[in-house]
Design a protein around this ligand. Sequence first.
Ligand SMILES: Cc1cc2nc3c(=O)[nH]c(=O)nc-3n(C[C@H](O)[C@H](O)[C@H](O)COP(=O)(O)O)c2cc1C
Length: 365
Amino acid sequence: MKWHNKVTSLLNITYPVIQAPMLGITTPEMVAAVSNAGGLGSLPVGGLSADQTRELIRAVKERTNKPFAVNLFAHSNPIYIDPLAFSAMQQFLTTFAAAHEIAYVPPVLDLLKYNTYHHQIDVLLSEKIAVVSFTFGIPEDEYIATLKNRGARLIGTATCVEEALLLDNKFVDLITAQGAEAGGHRGTFITDGPPPMIGTMSLVPQIVDATRRPVLAAGGIADGSTMMAAMMLGAQGVQVGSAFLVCNESSAPVSHKHRIQNASASDAILTRNLSGRWARGIENKLIRAISESGLTPLPYPVQQSLTASIRSFAQQKDLADFTTMWAGQSASKAVRKSAAAIFQSFIDQAQTSFEQIEKHVQVRD
Ligand SMILES: Cc1cc2nc3c(=O)[nH]c(=O)nc-3n(C[C@H](O)[C@H](O)[C@H](O)COP(=O)(O)O)c2cc1C
């Protein structure tokens, strides 16, 4: 089977398989393993400082000389935060944490500060990053122009055709069609309300038809056969997240990995309780308690700051019930192997699926 297509040539890779950026899970080792295997590793740096971004990029570069993507968050931060809503959520979380013997450090509203992609672009330019992907929006025109002028390939994320058209009109090089099955945050940026929840099978062919860019399918791509299914729908590549969640190079705590492997598809729910932005993850006590409080989560990333110390305490103590466990609907198919072995099994299974399809076509003929 020949793998060369628009995606492989635009990204200068052997196979059109992208390891999805997964903030909090993806390590430089994971990124390098996938790039070294002939795919494209993606390093998530959304919300990190310029120094942290540079450090992580260099850690990847120590492990590979192949292309890899750096992934940015392209949202704007809320201008006004309702102090009453902030303090109500803070009080609720203080009581909740105390009841579960969790050390909670409440954030101070006036001291909240957030890094944005604007602080990171210079690092990406000076480190000569070959591929820049982004989610939650589109970087401003001047940043798109600068990155493109310096030769970077751009990958934008769309959760509906309208977003894909906006990305197409900004001349991004590739579009990730993120279906509703996907783990982690919805990349939605055309609405602050509930995000479009269009399944990968419906979304991919519609974006392929509507835009001029090669499309990467994301959401529910769990093995070689789902990858081939996405290619049959017109995708020219896939972006795979959950399948790498429990790999050796993943930084997910042990209990998180255990929950993922034992989750049913319906355990991965959509919630904005942890971060303020809609995301798919395994339901736990913290998510349920915030729902039952009747309080409305603050906008992203303020809610994220409000829950931060509970989640980081839980990460350190390996308490799955009080942390973030982003995962897609097919996450339980993830296997505990090296990222390179998982990547290779995608390629091998895709080859087998391709042969099966050929056989079925012959039989039907
Ligand atoms: C734990 C986790 C963290 C994620 N973090 C990011 C991120 O930092 N940036 C991003 O663009 N997408 C992020 N995503 C979404 C993935 O890029 C991708 O769209 C999704 O994993 C694809 O669906 P799948 O999980 O079914 O493979 C994350 C997904 C997961 C599961």
